[in-house]
Every structure is written in structure tokens, then in C-alpha cells.
Ligand binder design. Structure first.
Ligand code: ADP
Ligand code: MG
Length: 276
């Protein structure tokens, strides 16, 4: 693919929204693949016990596979659990196994329980341009670990009724983590997903989101597309499954926008505060 600028330091992007089914996992794996196909080195951290991102990247994640659980709970180095993604050069994945379901509870009694992922990433020495963290649909300790480890939050928003419901809660959590644990954290990016250009509702939701978050919303919206939803069952991203599809092209375009965004956009203080 066409080259994109390499960030001067690794950009750690937390893909979060406590609602399920809004396109977090789909966005994480496809944006990551798009960035890698553009020539960048990208790591996906699967932080959802469901392991959907691992599945979508064709990564084995049965119970015995070394995983993010071992990193968070056992203190294993990230380097010991990273796997290369077959088919996409420069793309890597830290899988999640079902063990992770217990981690929300197990983490509670551990030292530095909120910053275990941040420490693991800081100790990882392989050069990376991007780390994308796929969060579970909750605001528990796993998501808090992601927010402490990242600099940027990317919120996928499904163009449906109640799209903005619950967003205030997520923004308040980002605020709390920024205030107490991670001053660099900010909502840098909002991506409209499952956009159906034929419906008036989708257009209205998109309009509303763009009004609330003028700075953060990417111009590119991801269309609803069967190819996007089929790809994971083949252990592939839509970029390799059907490279010419509208879904693949829109994720490539979204990745380009993300990579080219001016540094400084959405810095602390501007990220849609009080908007919802
Ligand atoms: P989350 O991780 O937020 O729970 P997913 O990424 O798993 O959401 O997406 C939820 C469902 O919607 C999945 O079945 C996925 O395949 C489907 N989906 C996501 N994006 C699209 C799209 N652009 N077009 C069609 N289906 C999509
Ligand atoms: Mg998911």
C-alpha cells in the first residue's frame, strides 16, 4: 500500500465504547490492518474476554495460549505473548483467552491494578508505530487499564437510535482517568460505523454526532456492508478478505485520515467536553 507518515512515537489508541455491538472490534482489526498495509508496524491488544479481535485476525486463542491475561495478572512480558498475523506484514496481535473473564476480579487485589497494561507496554522494546487496544463493552478495570496505557481514545459510534446514549458516562471516565492517572489521555477520534446511506436516521445521527464532536469525527464513515461482517468467520480482516469492497476501502481511508491528523488535535480540554 501507499506509505503513511510514521509517528515520532508509538501512538497508543484505545478503542472504547461501553455499548456492545457498535463496531469496536471490527474497527480495531480493520484499522490496524489498514495501517499495516500502508507500511506501518501495528500491534492489536485484545482486551475483551470474548477474544473477537483475536478470532478476526486468525490468531489461536484457546485457553492454553499465552495471552493478555498472563501479562495483566501474572506479569508476563508482552513480548512473550505477541503473535504475528499471517497474511498482513507488520501486523501483530496479543490474544485474549476466556481466562480474561476472571481478570476484572483478580486485578482488584493486585498492586498497581490500573496500570499493569501501561507498564507492560512501556517495557516492550520492539518498535511499533501504533498500538490499538480493543476494549470489552464495560467500563471496568480492563477498560481502565487501557485508558491508563493509551494517549488517545477512539470511540466508534453506530449510526442508530440512542447512538449517543451512555457516551457521557464514557467521557466522564476518560476525564477521571486523565485527572488522576494519565494526563496525556484525550478523545482524539470518533468514527461513524455501520452507516446506511439509504436511511434518514443514519444521516440524522451522523449530523448530530458531527455537531457535538466537530473536531474529532473522521470525515470517512464506515458503511454497513455484508463483506465486513463475513470476514471474521474466515479469520481475516475485510482488507484481505475482499480488498476492493466498500468496507475495505473505507477502512483504508479512515486509517489514512487517522495517520494524517494534525498532531495536537483533540488535546486535553477540547474533546467534546460537556457535549453529551
Ligand atoms: P463491538 O466490538 O463494539 O461489540 P463488533 O465490531 O463486534 O462490535 O460489531 C458488532 C457486529 O456488527 C458484528 O457482528 C460485526 O460483524 C457487525 N459489523 C460491524 N461493522 C459492520 C459493518 N460496517 N457492516 C456490517 N456489519 C458490521
Ligand atoms: Mg468487541
Amino acid at each position: 500500500g501507499e506509505g503513511l507518515p510514521r509517528p515520532t512515537a508509538t501512538r497508543v489508541i484505545v478503542v472504547a465504547n461501553q455499548k456492545g455491538g457498535v463496531g469496536k472490534t471490527t474497527t480495531t482489526v480493520n484499522l490496524a490492518a489498514a495501517l499495516a498495509l500502508h507500511g506501518l508496524r501495528v500491534l492489536v491488544v485484545d482486551l475483551d474476554p470474548q477474544g473477537n479481535a483475536s478470532t478476526a485476525l486468525g490468531i489461536d486463542h484457546h485457553a492454553e495460549v499465552p495471552s493478555i491475561y498472563d501479562v495483566l495478572v501474572e506479569g508476563k512480558p508482552l513480548a512473550d505473548v505477541v503473535q504475528p498475523v499471517v497474511d498482513v506484514e507488520g501486523l501483530f496481535c496479543v490474544p485474549a483467552t476466556i481466562d480474561l473473564a476472571g481478570a476484572e476480579i483478580e486485578l482488584v487485589s493486585l498492586v498497581a491494578r490500573e496500570s499493569r497494561l501501561q507498564r507492560a507496554i512501556a517495557a516492550y522494546e520492539q518498535p511499533l508505530d501504533y498500538i490499538l487496544i480493543d476494549c470489552p463493552p464495560s467500563l471496568g478495570l480492563l477498560t481502565v487499564n487501557a485508558l491508563v496505557a493509551g494517549q488517545e481514545v477512539l470511540i466508534p459510534i453506530q449510526c442508530e437510535y440512542y447512538a449517543l446514549e451512555g457516551l457521557g458516562q464514557l467521557l466522564r471516565n476518560v476525564e477521571l482517568v486523565r485527572a488522576h492517572l494519565n494526563p496525556t489521555l484525550h478523545v482524539s477520534t470518533i468514527l461513524l460505523t455501520m452507516y446506511d446511506a439509504r436511511t434518514r436516521l443514519a444521516a440524522q445521527v451522523a449530523e448530530e454526532v458531527r455537531t457535538h464532536f466537530q473536531q474529532e469525527v473522521l470525515q470517512t464513515a464506515i458503511p454497513r456492508s455484508v463483506r465486513v461482517s463475513e470476514a471474521p468467520s474466515y479469520g481475516q480482516t475485510v482488507l484481505t478478505y475482499d480488498p476492493g469492497s466498500t468496507g475495505a476501502l473505507s477502512y483504508l481511508e479512515a486509517a489514512r485520515e487517522l495517520a494524517l491528523r494534525a498532531v495536537g488535535l483533540g488535546q486535553p480540554g477540547s474533546a467534546g467536553q460537556g457535549a453529551v
